[in-house]
Write a protein that binds this ligand. Structure first.
Ligand SMILES: *[C@@H]1O[C@H](CO)[C@@H](O)[C@H](O)[C@H]1NC(C)=O
Ligand SMILES: *[C@@H]1O[C@H](CO)[C@@H](O)[C@H](O)[C@H]1NC(C)=O
Ligand SMILES: *[C@@H]1O[C@H](CO)[C@@H](O)[C@H](O)[C@H]1NC(C)=O
Ligand SMILES: [Cu+2]
Length: 214
């Protein structure tokens, strides 16, 4: 009897371990945005952030206080990348299925205020739309005083693969103002999907990189 219970528990533990997934999220691949910016995750799943040019971060936020870190927030530290995708990825373990908001704390060009944020497990009251609307009125973003914290910054085993996430739903416009920390241009993006479907995912990705690197 005791052996059966023990075996069942062990099998359940193995099964739950085996089903934990790694969820890839690109940071800045399509302008000032996370891609995807809304994900569903289980306890023990891993959020894996891949950094693109020019200099982004990811911080755990607080729905009630956009662009400011949650208590005991994870923070990747700033991850400057000159081209392509960075070699290092930031992995964070999911501990709860409650809604969890994250943002980029880069204040050069006001990334969080401009909508560079995302959500894990949103519900009907805590939505990304509500977070991003409130973020427009936030003061400058902040982050924990040092990072990385609350996760693992590791060398990626597969950093050359690009996400097939819905790049075509993000549109960006570019102007030539803005400078500092390597930024030569400002880009603003929205998720409204004005990049036409015929451009396709590869085209939209190329366009996004061209904007970022030009
Ligand atoms: C959404 O999540 C928050 C935080 O866990 C919770 O307080 C709120 O009741 C939830 N809303 C709904 C509709 O479940
Ligand atoms: C989950 O808990 C670990 C250990 O305390 C922590 O490092 C990590 O940042 C937590 N994950 C989230 C999403 O807060
Ligand atoms: C990246 O951005 C942070 C915050 O603005 C800044 O402190 C840091 O110097 C930047 N790094 C580079 C290499 O531009
Ligand atoms: Cu950013």
């Amino acid at each position: 009897m005791r052996a059966t219970t023990f075996t069942t528990a062990a099998v359940l533990a193995l099964a739950s371990h085996a089903s934990a997934e790694t969820i890839k999220i690109d940071v800045g691949a399509n302008g000032l945005a996370f891609t995807p910016d809304s994900v569903t995750a289980k306890v023990n799943d891993i959020l894996e952030f891949h950094f693109h040019p020019i200099n982004h971060s990811v911080v755990l936020g607080d729905f009630a206080n956009p662009c400011q870190p949650a208590k005991n927030a994870f923070f990747s530290g700033f991850q400057p990348v000159s081209s392509g995708v960075g070699n290092e990825v930031f992995q964070v373990t999911v501990n709860s299925t409650d809604p969890m908001f994250f943002y980029c704390s880069q204040n050069v060009l006001s990334h969080c205020i401009s909508g560079m944020s995302g959500v894990v497990n949103p519900n009907s009251t805590q939505t990304l739309d509500a977070y991003q609307k409130a973020a427009k009125n936030a003061k400058d973003a902040s982050n924990p005083s040092s990072g990385p914290v609350g996760g693992r910054l590791i060398t990626s085993g597969s950093s050359s693969t690009t996400s097939a996430a819905p790049a075509a739903t993000t549109s960006c416009t570019v102007s030539s103002k803005g400078s500092g920390n390597g930024y030569k241009r400002s880009d603003t993006c929205s998720g409204a999907g004005s990049v036409t479907a015929s451009v396709g995912i590869v085209g939209a990705f190329t366009l996004g990189m061209a904007i970022l690197l030009s």
